[in-house]
Design a protein around this ligand. Sequence first.
Ligand code: COA
Length: 568
Amino acid sequence: MRILLLTRSFNSLTQRLFVALNDDGHTLSVEFDIADSVTEEAVALFAPDVVIAPFMKRAIPESVWRSHLCLVVHPGIVGDRGPSALDWAISDGVTTWGVTVLQAEAELDAGPVWATRCFPMRQATKSSLYRNEVTEAAVVCVREALAKLDAGTAPVRPPADAARSLPLLRQAQRHIDWTRDSTETVLCKLNAADGVPGVLDALFGVPCHLFDGRAATAGDVPSHAAPDTVLARRHGAVLRTTGDGAVWIGHCRRDDQAEAVKLPVALAFPDEVAALPHLPGDDEIRYAQHGAHGEVGVLHFAFYNGAMSTTQCERLLAAYRAALRTPARVLVLAGGPDFFSNGIHLNVIEAAGSPADESWRNINAMDDVCEAILTTTDRLVVAALQGNAGAGGAFLAFTADAVWARDGVLLNPHYKNMGNLYGSEFWTYTLPRRVTQAAPKAVMQNRLPIDARQARSLGLVDVVIEAVFDADRAQFLPVVIERALAWAAAPEFEAQVSAKARRRALDEAAKPLARYRDEELAMMRRNFYGFDSSYHVARSYFVRKTPPSWTPRHLARHRDRPPAGPNA
Ligand code: COA
């Protein structure tokens, strides 16, 4: 079928559908929902069999849904209507939620149902539920809807009394009463608003939106602490007491500064936070050993949104070096549950006095981590992708000896979308060694996401670990650890480590890693400090979520010019 994806942005759900439907053999194009006239033009140019709207903030124009079948992906159960579906589901503490694919009609979310799926709710942020359960269910629902369409099966109109229409969840309803609300309630409110819009609140007397709440452990909170007190700091986060305990708040966006972006609290309020006592510990980086003699070490680095600032890279490097001092024969880099990594921290860079200088520091810190992995010759390193990896975060994974990915994970192994960044992370060294089915340049030029299976067929991923149950992410790391233990115990293990060390030595003799790094960084220096400011412009748009004013040509294929004819 010819399918037009009409969407507000090319977000993770849209990317996942794009990859899945492309894989199913459909012909796809994408148009951003910018204006009715633009949508009408896209439909006229592409002449789709069906329009699918995975992520919309407003109605599809009547002229389009009257003339074309339009399927809307709604992140809610049958009968649910409204713009804050997941927010309400989290706030109300429902135990089961779902995704429904409905046909667009005059009334929003009220059309006949083509497919629906339910899933058990997890205590997690809205964005985590969206990127995982909602996305998995949406792919299944859209495939089912297309199969029904193909078979001529009609959709089902749910009974009118099944309708539950809820309005936009407003800040007044999200309000936290820090003196009374329990920790559970506070976390529920923060989770229902993460990553957008956040909870409107205040820190140090300054209005701001809060994000990234985490429960404190008993040891973090002194028993005499009064509610609503900011007690301590740990790396970027601050500890604030609730009615019955405390939560760590990792990120905020100040509302007293016009251009403020979402930042670690310690960066948004540097002086205030510096004055707080530092509680030792690390909620982001954790190392766990497995096997009778710690043969497998798993390094978790769950950075918010997968973004890795200079200091986070430095802490990760220290943790990696500490892991090298353990007996682990196989070291697993596990990233975080939602993202493996998305590369350098664009928000922290944006907020720096000199974004160019901070970009430079950040990419160097990132390269230090990559170099430490590449020069590990006494054991094997596995990158285990539980979640998506983008730009430098994908290339961080490729520095490992093996890349194992959860089925369904998306990779964006290119830097082009960030203002044509050249990229570093030793991609000029690792990519030609990995890519077997295409030219490395073609991988870098391709601005589109690929899924784990496509990445495997390109040679970027070595093993795809399939889910036994639909959308069961929890089993991924246990399977990884089991495989890593088997690898560490395999008779050929020592020979593999020796072969790796020999290969590294030969490669180093042919061209030192330092030269790859210098060459890449020379290009990055131009991106950061040069005449062409595309990277700075793209970053500013990205961190401020500036609505697009046009759909990039690599997505809007219907806007491709026809090849010039002989008389052109
Ligand atoms: N730095 C800071 N924040 C980042 C980030 C980065 N490198 N990458 C992603 N994020 C943030 C987004 O701003 C968004 O924030 P929110 O919580 O306020 O909504 C969140 O992570 C999720 O990102 P989103 O774009 O919604 O996720 P996605 O799964 O739809 O798309 C990517 C994934 C990787 C395609 C996209 O996030 C991206 O292009 N990131 C930038 C990668 C990059 O260029 N890195 C720098 C060069 S190494």
